[in-house]
Write a protein that binds this ligand. Structure first.
Ligand SMILES: *Cc1c(COP(=O)(O)O)cnc(C)c1O
Length: 399
């Protein structure tokens, strides 16, 4: 019943609640049981043989899989339209384990420069130690991307949409380039979620998510996942068993609980974020707004073609200087100042003083991180209250 991969969002809403588990659960529990066990028992020697020789599907030791985790994997695979899924203790664990499973010394990989800072750091500095070369190409430069491909290139990796400018990659072109050169393509789809975009339907080989963000959605856990064809996921699973970046069963339950409402939340956040983006664009105190579903966004056309909604993140530059930016942040009353995104609470972050605090002003400006840039993750509060808080804080900062 939950196997249909239709694009109907009514069905996504239903599958987010039910997919991946049987109707009758342990002890007739309605909700998914948390199986808090580090190991799993064999009844007798016959059962051991059935497992080892006849390859009977069952659980053995916690690092190799857990029933609560398995259900999360099945549900996520269903929502993304993937053959298989692997859940991890964080988004970075998903990304690093995936990359390590796909490369060996002497290989070359390509990333886009708009990627998550820690992903870039992992590829640029840590992989280098093992003789794996990484070329970073400007986001959206399809010629540079194709030109960077060498005989030993294993994959191309990009986020879409990206942080903080919400740049959107043309997934058709991204896939065409990968196919033409017979290399793998990976998309970090964290900002979009399977509600707004399904990279696998464009032919992309692997999709990663920081499930910490919209999928879990309550700013209370860290989790990650990778999705794609079973054959590739099996390879990553084999390494995962050695790396051990497991999600624990309690945490996995919270992920499953969050997933039930994720289509409701994202649909609401899409609407609120567009309302906030339009409000900011019309505000005299705002210099520039970045939101993929605003006509003024550089990737508006492609975003409208390949995404259902623009997502819940809006970035904006306010008019003024660093001091004014700080006064604006300090004047907010409801919106929390915190990194992360995708949760029920509206959060704001100031990249210049947080993620790029250790950069010189020149280096920051080269990356486009101005003194007055903010990233807003729109939560599920009343959108009037979100806009009201911003309006009040902007007015106070100017006094
Ligand atoms: C947060 C994030 C990550 C890292 O995920 P964690 O769950 O924090 O480890 C990776 N990619 C993107 C796009 C993110 O937003």
């Amino acid at each position: 019943m939950w196997k249909d991969k239709g694009k109907s969002f009514g069905s996504l809403a239903t599958r987010a609640v039910h997919a991946g588990e049987g109707r009758q659960k342990y002890a007739d529990s309605l909700t998914t049981p948390i199986v808090q066990s580090s190991t799993f028992t064999f009844k007798d020697s016959k059962e051991i043989e059935a497992y080892t020789k006849e390859k009977k599907d069952r659980f053995e030791y916690g690092r190799y899989g857990n029933p609560t985790e398995k259900i999360a994997e099945r549900r996520l695979a269903d929502l993304e339209g993937a053959e298989d899924c692997l859940v991890f203790s964080s988004g970075m664990m998903a990304i690093t384990t995936t990359i390590l499973a796909l490369v060996r010394t002497g290989d070359h990989i390509i990333m886009t420069d708009d990627s998550y800072k820690k992903t870039l750091e992992f590829c640029n500095s840590y992989l280098k130690r093992f003789g794996i070369e990484c070329t970073i190409v400007p986001f959206g430069d399809y010629e540079a991307l194709e030109a960077a491909i060498k005989p030993n290139t294993r994959f191309i990796f990009s986020e879409s949409p990206t942080n903080p400018y919400l740049n959107v990659f043309d997934l058709v072109r991204f896939n065409e380039i990968a196919r033409r050169h017979k290399i793998m393509s990976i998309i970090d789809s964290t900002f979009a979620t399977p509600f707004n975009q399904r990279p696998l339907e464009f032919g992309i080989d692997l999709v990663t998510h920081s499930a910490t963000k919209y999928l879990a959605g309550h700013n209370d856990i860290l989790a990650g996942c990778v999705l794609g064809k079973k054959e590739i996921i099996d390879k990553i699973r084999a390494l995962h068993k050695s790396m051990g970046g497991l999600i624990d069963p309690h945490c996995c339950y919270l992920l499953l609980r969050g997933l039930k409402t994720f289509p409701l939340r994202v649909e609401h956040q899409n609407k609120s974020a567009l309302t906030v983006a339009r409000f900011l664009e019309g505000h005299a105190g705002i210099q520039k707004v970045y939101y993929p579903f605003l006509e003024s966004h550089r990737h508006y056309t492609i975003a409208k073609e390949q995404m259902v909604g623009g997502g819940g993140v809006v970035s904006f530059d306010i008019k003024g200087d660093l001091e004014l930016a700080k006064r604006f942040m300090d004047a907010l009353e409801m919106i929390y100042i915190a990194p992360s995104l995708g949760g029920v609470e509206t959060l704001i972050t100031h990249p210049a003083t947080v993620s790029y605090y250790d950069y010189t002003r020149e280096a920051r400006y080269e990356l486009g991180i101005t003194d007055t840039l903010f990233r807003l993750s729109v939560g599920i509060e009343d959108v009037q209250d979100i806009m009201g808080d911003i309006e009040r804080a902007l007015a106070k900062a100017r006094k």
